[in-house]
Design a binder for this molecule. Structure first.
Ligand code: BG6
Ligand code: MG
Length: 228
C-alpha cells in the first residue's frame, strides 16, 4: 500500500482546479449549443468538463441529434468560433481569478520540494497560466496536441508524471471533472477531486473546494487511502 512519503509530485488539472475557467468554457460553448440547437442542460455542461475541444463539440452535436449534419470543415469552424469566444474571456483573467487557496498551496509544494506538472486538456493552458501569473510554478506542461487520447484515458497523466521524472504511483492528480478523475485513476496516480462528492465518487479523496487543498489536509486525507 502506498504511504504519504512515497508521494513526490502533484499533477494539476487547470480548468476548475486552479481557476474557474470551467465556467468560461461553458459560456463559450453555450453559443455553439444554441447555434446547433442542442438543449443546454446542466448534465451536458458537466459532461463537457475535461473533454478536449473536438470531442466536446461532438458531445454537443450528439445532444442535438446532429452528429452527421456538419462536415469536418464546418465542425472545425464551430470549434474555432468557440475558441475565439473563449479567448476573449480568458484575456480578461487576472491573478485575482486564481481559486481560493491555490497560490498558498503551490508555495507550500515548492517549499517542501514537490515536483509540479500541469495535465490540462486545454491548448490554451499556457495563456491561462500567464494571465494568472502562475507560469513560473509550472515549468512542465503537457502539450495536449501530442496526445493520441484525451481524458478519461490515462495518457495525459502518464505524460505529466514522466515530464517530472516520476512514476504515476509517486504522484497525486487533482481534478474537478469525472473524466479527469477516471484518467488519474487509470494512470495509477492517486486522485483528488475538487467539487461534488457524488459527481467525483471515483476519486480517492474529495474536497468540496480548493480552499481545503492544503498540504496538511492532503497528507491527512491520503494517509487514510488504501489503494495499492
Ligand atoms: C479542459 C476543459 O481543461 O480543456 C474542457 O475542462 C475543454 O472544457 C478542454 O474543452 C479543451 O480546451 P481548449 O482550450 O483546448 O479548447
Ligand atoms: Mg477541469
Amino acid at each position: 500500500m502506498r504511504q504519504w512519503h512515497d508521494i513526490k509530485g502533484i499533477l494539476f488539472d487547470l480548468d476548475g482546479v486552479i481557476t474557474a475557467t470551467a465556467r468560461l468554457h461553458s459560456q463559450a460553448w453555450q453559443q455553439i449549443a444554441e447555434q446547433v440547437q442542442a438543449p443546454w442542460t446542466a448534465a451536458l455542461q458537466e459532461q463537457l468538463k475535461g473533454i478536449d475541444r473536438m470531442h466536446a463539440l461532438d458531445l454537443i452535436l450528439q445532444a442535438a441529434g446532429k452528429q452527421a449534419a456538419y462536415s469536418p470543415a464546418e465542425k472545425q469552424q464551430l470549434a474555432a468560433a468557440k475558441n475565439t469566444k473563449y479567448l476573449e474571456l480568458v484575456h480578461q483573467l487576472t491573478p485575482t481569478d486564481i481559486l481560493p487557496g491555490i497560490r498558498v498551496f503551490l508555495d507550500q509544494l515548492q517549499q517542501h520540494g514537490y515536483q509540479i506538472a500541469l495535465a490540462s486538456a486545454s491548448k490554451n493552458a499556457p495563456t491561462v497560466l500567464h494571465q494568472l501569473g502562475l507560469a513560473t510554478f509550472f515549468p512542465e506542461v503537457v502539450d495536449p496536441s501530442t496526445l493520441t487520447q484525451g481524458k478519461p484515458a490515462p495518457e495525459i497523466y502518464l505524460k505529466a508524471a514522466s515530464l517530472i521524472g516520476l512514476r504515476p504511483e509517486q504522484c497525486i492528480g487533482i481534478e474537478d471533472a469525472a473524466a479527469g478523475v477516471a484518467a488519474i485513476n487509470a494512470s495509477g496516480a492517486l486522485s483528488v477531486g475538487i467539487g461534488d462528492r457524488q459527481t467525483l465518487a471515483a476519486a480517492d479523496v474529495v474536497f468540496a473546494s480548493t480552499a481545503e487543498l492544503t498540504l496538511p489536509n492532503l497528507r491527512q486525507a491520503i494517509g487514510g487511502v488504501a489503494r495499492g
